[in-house]
Ligand binder design. Structure first.
Ligand SMILES: Nc1nc2c(ncn2[C@@H]2O[C@H](COP(=O)(O)OP(=O)(O)OP(=O)(O)O)[C@@H](O)[C@H]2O)c(=O)[nH]1
Ligand SMILES: [Mg+2]
Length: 287
């Protein structure tokens, strides 16, 4: 089942232009990816756009991804020459490693400035990534105060905002950008299910049904336990599973049939909150 998403290339071009403009005033880029989809949430054009600026990669929402898979992804990315840190911004796990990498980058920058006879100064970084991945939360964590607005839906950050992390670092918070390659059949599903695309631009019943099928095939116990789905046939399709969830929860519309939309939203919300366990959709090659 493919997932239909309405996508606007005009918006994409504008965002790309704005990113290039911001890039002119920063020393480095923090690229935040979702640890559950480190490939799908990566912007393949970023390398070209950032030109020669250093990039540090952050795999956010590591608390929602499979631990082993995340470890391997960090190794792979580091081997590719990208300093990478996996972080759980709920508990703060991984932040210290990230801060060390940022401080190292700051030292390198100042060394280079001094070699050219100039003075060391505050490093300016821009935080980029798909919507809702945790960019603003990351900045708040590093700055140890709620300076940037955050929220559990894509599109919370509307304009750009500089936030001082310390006298050594300032970070630019910008709106999330989506421009992954949508020709990959699973891209839309991955971005929708992880919450990078707002629920009103895709068919969330379709996405949730696909998620139900995926969970039923790969983690039948997690799904079965949460929604009391004993006796679900092994080859039940997504809509059948959502229907069963709706029945168990008593989600009915007038006339007595199951409110599929309500069941679909419940599954998506609970999955995104981690209530069905950890999942990595982009599996590393050697796992
Ligand atoms: N479980 C979990 N949730 C996180 C993590 N980081 C951020 N979140 C949640 O994800 C949601 C989005 O966080 P934001 O920081 O607003 O995301 P953003 O990337 O700035 O989003 P936009 O501004 O819309 O592009 C919020 O509900 C955060 O609490 C994390 O590491 N783990
Ligand atoms: Mg934000």
């Amino acid at each position: 089942m493919s997932v239909d998403i309405q996508w606007y290339p005009g918006h994409m071009a504008k965002t790309k232009r704005e990113l290039k403009e911001n890039l002119a005033v920063v020393d480095m880029v923090l690229e935040v990816r979702d640890a559950r989809i480190p490939v799908t949430s990566h912007n393949a054009d970023l390398a070209e756009i950032v030109a020669r600026k250093p990039v540090i990669t952050v795999l956010a929402k590591a608390d929602l991804a499979e631990i082993e898979a995340t470890k391997i992804w960090v190794k792979i990315l580091e081997k590719d020459g990208l300093p990478t840190a996996a972080v759980d911004l709920k508990s703060g796990r991984g932040l210290r490693e990230l801060e060390q990498k940022l401080r190292r980058q700051h030292q390198l920058m100042n060394q280079r400035l001094r070699q050219r006879g100039r003075q060391g100064r505050t490093m300016r970084g821009m935080v980029v990534g798909v919507p809702n991945v945790g960019k603003s939360t990351l900045i708040n964590r590093l700055a140890r105060r709620a300076a940037a607005r955050t929220g559990a839906r894509p599109g919370v950050t509307r304009g750009k905002q500089w936030i001082r992390v310390g006298n050594w670092l300032q970070l630019l918070d910008v709106p999330g950008v989506l421009w992954p390659k949508f020709e990959e059949p699973l891209t839309g599903f991955h971005l929708a299910v992880t919450g990078a695309i707002s629920d009103d631009v895709f068919n969330y019943v379709q996405v949730s049904a696909k998620l139900a099928e995926f969970l039923h095939a790969q983690r039948p116990q997690a799904l079965g336990n949460r929604y009391n789905l004993e006796n679900m046939s092994a080859n039940a399709d997504g809509i059948e599973i959502l229907t069963a969830i709706g029945e168990r929860r008593g989600f009915l519309v007038s006339g007595g049939s199951v409110d599929l939309e309500k069941a679909a939203l419940l599954l998506l919300r609970e999955f995104r909150e981690g209530l069905l366990g950890r999942f990595t959709f982009d599996l590393p090659p050697d796992l």
